[in-house]
Every structure is written in structure tokens, then in C-alpha cells.
Ligand binder design. Structure first.
Ligand code: NAP
Length: 333
């Protein structure tokens, strides 16, 4: 009888705190005809991974459930219905570990062919793995949901964070004028990503400064800090301006309804988890175009073995990973 293959993985057997994450052996996954089997070179931890693990974000899953959304790896096998991928190709994915799919925190992962993209030549797996989630989020917020045009002004609050930096880079690259808010120490960083103006988010006169920086009004406003101060922001929007909500799950802001609807303004929200494969693929095209330029890159990373996944989840929930991203590497490397 054929002995079934096993692999190492970080997984949970029920929803709960970080201590529920175990590191151990699981049966190696078997790809279906339209899947690609990937040897994982690197994965990471984003805030959403902690929401999925704890149950704050509910999504279909089978236990034992391998955690993590994102991977960069090399193709180990491709099914007959997975054209375009050959053994050894370097690839990435940012939509595992939710919606019934097992995650990326393992030696191997099965990726449906319509969720897998080639890693551009010359890009290091470790450089790509921490940005594919924030960058796709930024793309979806700006373009899929926000419908940003190159003639518009977009305000990015929390511009020096992981999602914020990608928002600035993608919006500026598309030709939009970007006004950023960030800590004073991060102003130069935001400018290097393409922000035309950077305002200190701690300035008590921030609302007035935003008004001055956007004399025609803001066409789009995104707040990665999740403060969602809509009371101040709605009045700063241009005619048909959009507030795109993407963070601050527990906020219950005051919404000035009159100035909103009487100026054709709108508030919309999204999570990347609900993106279609076509939307994710559109984001991937732009991400792959920009990855080799170095414009999409985490500012600070730390590499740890995959067996430390529980420790990283715990630290992220304590705020220890603020401003940094982890690269988790399976131990066989
Ligand atoms: N909707 C989605 O699909 C989606 C996808 C990915 C992430 N998210 C969410 O997006 C949020 C950001 O994620 P991230 O990975 O980018 O986190 P992050 O790297 O910690 O970035 C958050 C940023 O907010 C800044 N900030 C804090 N207080 C601020 C304030 N009062 N005004 C302006 N900026 C302020 C922080 O600046 P300092 O460094 O100075 O404190 C930091 O740069 C998280 O809540 C995450 O869950 C949502």
C-alpha cells in the first residue's frame, strides 16, 4: 500500500486565540485537475489572518485548517486543467486560507489556477510575500471600488502603513494627486512613494490643512488607521467624492447625511476577502508590473521559521508588529 505523504504546517483545529495554532504534520494536499501544487518558499501574517483564526471574520473552513492567505513558492505539480504553469515556476497567491480554501502556512499548498500568478523575473520571494495582500487591497480600494481617475485627488490617511504605502504608490503611479497623512517622521517616506503633500496626522489643525491641500475637495478618502472620522471628512469631499472604508471594524462614526447626499457624495466599504478571482487577477497584473520597480515593498521585515506562527499572531494582536512585517519560512528551507 502506498504510504501517504505528510508535510509540516501551522494549523488550528478550532477557532480561538493564537495558542490554538499548532505546528506539526498533516497529510500533504492533493491538487485537483484545475489546481497547482506549490512548494511554499515564504508566507506572512496580515491582520486578517488573526481575524480568520479567532473567528472575528467568519468564513467557511475545514479543520484541521492551515492558516495564512499569502504565499510565494515554486510549482511542484500542475493539473491538466491548470495551463500556463510548469514545475519550478516561481508563483504567488494572496487568497488562500478563507472561503473554504486551506491556507499557505505549510510546506506545500494547493492553489486553484485562477488564484495563482507568476512572480516577475528578478523579484525576490521574500520581497513579494509581504506586499501582495496590502497591495491588492489598495488596488481594490482605489480602482475596483473607488473608481479613481487620473485627474482626481485622493487623500490617504495612515499613508505610511502597509496598506497606506501601497495606496500612495498605486494612486500616484496611476497619475492621481495624492495627499497623505502620516506621522511627521514618515513624511519623506510618503513623498518617496509619490505623495504630493504629506500632513502630520497629529496636527490639531489637520482638517483645515486638508481643506487647504484639496481646494477643489477630495475626490476620494481612505483611512487605513480605521478611525473613520466621517463627521469631519464628509464636508471636505468634492462633488461626487467617495469615502472608501476598509478598516475600523468596530467603529460607529457619525455620518453627516445631508451634506453627503446633497452633493452626490458616497461612502462605500469592502474587504478583499469578497473579491472575485477576476478582480484579484486585475490587481495582480498591476502588482506584477510594479514589483520589479521596488515601489511596492515593505519598509521593514523580519524572517522567522514557520513554527513561530503562533508567536507572530500573538505579537500582532499586541501591536508588536506595528510598522514591520514577518516573513515565515517553512523549515525545510
Ligand atoms: N478591507 C480590507 O480588505 C483590508 C485588507 C488589508 C488590511 N485591512 C485593514 O487595514 C488596516 C491597516 O492595515 P495595515 O497592515 O496597513 O496596518 P499598519 O501597517 O499598522 O498601518 C496603519 C497606519 O495607520 C497609521 N495611523 C495610526 N493612527 C493614525 C491617525 N490618527 N491618523 C492617521 N494615521 C494613523 C499608523 O501610523 P503610525 O505608524 O504613526 O502609528 C500606520 O501607519 C488594518 O485595520 C487592517 O485590518 C483591510
Amino acid at each position: 500500500m502506498e504510504e501517504s505523504a505528510t508535510m509540516h504546517a501551522a494549523f488550528i483545529e478550532r477557532l480561538g486565540p493564537p495558542e490554538h495554532i499548532r505546528y506539526g504534520e498533516l497529510p500533504a494536499p492533493r491538487p485537483g485537475p484545475t489546481d497547482v501544487l506549490v512548494d511554499v518558499l515564504a508566507t506572512t501574517v496580515n491582520p486578517v489572518d488573526t481575524f480568520v483564526r479567532s473567528g472575528v471574520f467568519r468564513t467557511p473552513m475545514d479543520f484541521p485548517f492551515v492558516i495564512s492567505r499569502d504565499l510565494v513558492g515554486s510549482v511542484a505539480a500542475a493539473g491538466p486543467g491548470a495551463p500556463g504553469f510548469a514545475v519550478g515556476d516561481l508563483v504567488w497567491c494572496n487568497s488562500l486560507g478563507h472561503g473554504g480554501r486551506q491556507g499557505a502556512a505549510a510546506d506545500q499548498a494547493v492553489v486553484p489556477v485562477d488564484r495563482l500568478y507568476h512572480l516577475p523575473d528578478g523579484v525576490l520571494p521574500t520581497d513579494a510575500v509581504t506586499v501582495v495582500h496590502p497591495a491588492a487591497t489598495a488596488y481594490l480600494g482605489l480602482f475596483t471600488h473607488g473608481r479613481l481617475r487620473s485627474t482626481e485627488t485622493v487623500v490617504v490617511a495612515g499613508a505610511a502603513g502597509n496598506v497606506g504605502a501601497a495606496l500612495v504608490a498605486l494612486a500616484a503611479h496611476a497619475g492621481a494627486r495624492v495627499v497623505a497623512t502620516a506621522a511627521a517622521r514618515d513624511a519623506e517616506y510618503c513623498r518617496s512613494l509619490g505623495a504630493a503633500e504629506v500632513l502630520d496626522y497629529r496636527d490639531p489643525a489637520l482638517t483645515d490643512r486638508l481643506r487647504a491641500a484639496c481646494p477643489q475637495g477630495m475626490d476620494m478618502y481612505l483611512d487605513t488607521s480605521g478611525r473613520n472620522d466621517l463627521d469631519s471628512v464628509v464636508d471636505l469631499l468634492a462633488f461626487r467624492g467617495r469615502i472608501v472604508l476598509l478598516a475600523g471594524a468596530r467603529t460607529r462614526p457619525i455620518l453627516p447625511a445631508g451634506p453627503l447626499y446633497m452633493n452626490d457624495r458616497s461612502v462605500l466599504g469592502f474587504v478583499i476577502s469578497h473579491a472575485t478571482t477576476a478582480e484579484l487577477a486585475a490587481a495582480a497584473v498591476v502588482i506584477n508590473r510594479l514589483l520589479p520597480t521596488g515601489l511596492l515593498r515593505s519598509r521593514a521585515t523580519e524572517t522567522l521559521p514557520l513554527r513561530d506562527a503562533a508567536k507572530v499572531h500573538h505579537g500582532m494582536e499586541q501591536g508588536d508588529w506595528h510598522g514591520r512585517r514577518v516573513i515565515l519560512v517553512p523549515n525545510r528551507h
